[in-house]
Design a protein around this ligand. Sequence first.
Ligand code: PMP
Length: 371
Amino acid sequence: MTGYFDHNATTSLHPAAREAWLRANERHWHNPSSLYRDAGIASQQLESARERLGALLGSEAERIVFTSGATESNNALFASLGEDQLVAISAIEHPSVRMAARKALDLPVNANGVVELDAVKMMIEAKRPALVSVMAANNESGALQPWREIAALCRSQGVLFHTDAAQWIGKIDATSLGECDFITGSAHKFGGPKGCGFLVLPTEDSRLHFMRGGPQESGRRAGTENYPAIEAMVKTLETITPRLGEIETEQSRRRDDFIAAMRSRFGDLRVISESAPRLWNTVLMVMPAHHNLKWLTALSRRGFSISTGSACSSGKEGSSVVVTALGASVDELKRVVRISGGWETSAEDWQTLVAAFGEVFEELNRGGRPQ
Ligand code: PMP
């Protein structure tokens, strides 16, 4: 039984990642830039991991730059753009895109929290941005964005397209993502180690510089490569990818049963982006009463981990720009909770969570924790 329902914040290390990480550290800990045989082998292993990741993303290996995670990838991309280059980003991007793309034009979302193709078309016609950035799946609502169609539209208009796929990769097959010019990914969202991720570029010789110094990553990101973490990240994705179709079918049913059970317990419960296609693991809902932090704390005491919105924007009351963009009022915002399951979350886990929500409701109605 697991009470962990915060997989969109981070995941535990997958056993395959752990094994790959340990093995890489034991055998190939040498500096891939050094010139002796063992270093050459480490370098070959690193390039093989790049090839394997390229196959999983439908991208040429040369386009991949390994980074410390999605925040670095997003920041590096926007830092590389000239001051005069216009960018358009969706209204529901993660703070690491929103804050990095400071003067960006806002692409609106519809009532389901989804960017419509027409909005992108109109933006391109009116403003001719150099780059459009729309995430693949939203970290809070789980709403899937039509990134594939937007990528095709941008391509036909000669506009570059970036997708932050941190929440998509490891949950839904990623082999078409290579159609985007830029892709952001982060290992710890899918069972890989923290502090490891990547940015896919349009071409090998893109003039993007993440970090200046040594010649690593074709001179684009200097610093000794974290091969063990990279190996672990690629290994997890290789392990999980063949199972994703089956996981989606099974887990979507469990998520929907959870919503139905919550509705029968709480009556009219608002699920944000409910009519949009969503990640199979995510439910962002407005509780009928009580502050979200009270729900979170009381559930935490019972061994359940949930969120009041993304970890990056929680802790600041009423600060979730995304939830507001998704159409929640200020009052509703205080009652929003996010539940995000994982590959192995069982039907029983979901149902136990419903029971815990019920108990907590009674506790909160009585005025809080029993003395
Ligand atoms: N983008 C999205 C969509 C995310 O969900 C997150 C993690 N909350 C990030 C970027 C930041 O990822 P990282 O922790 O790898 O920097």
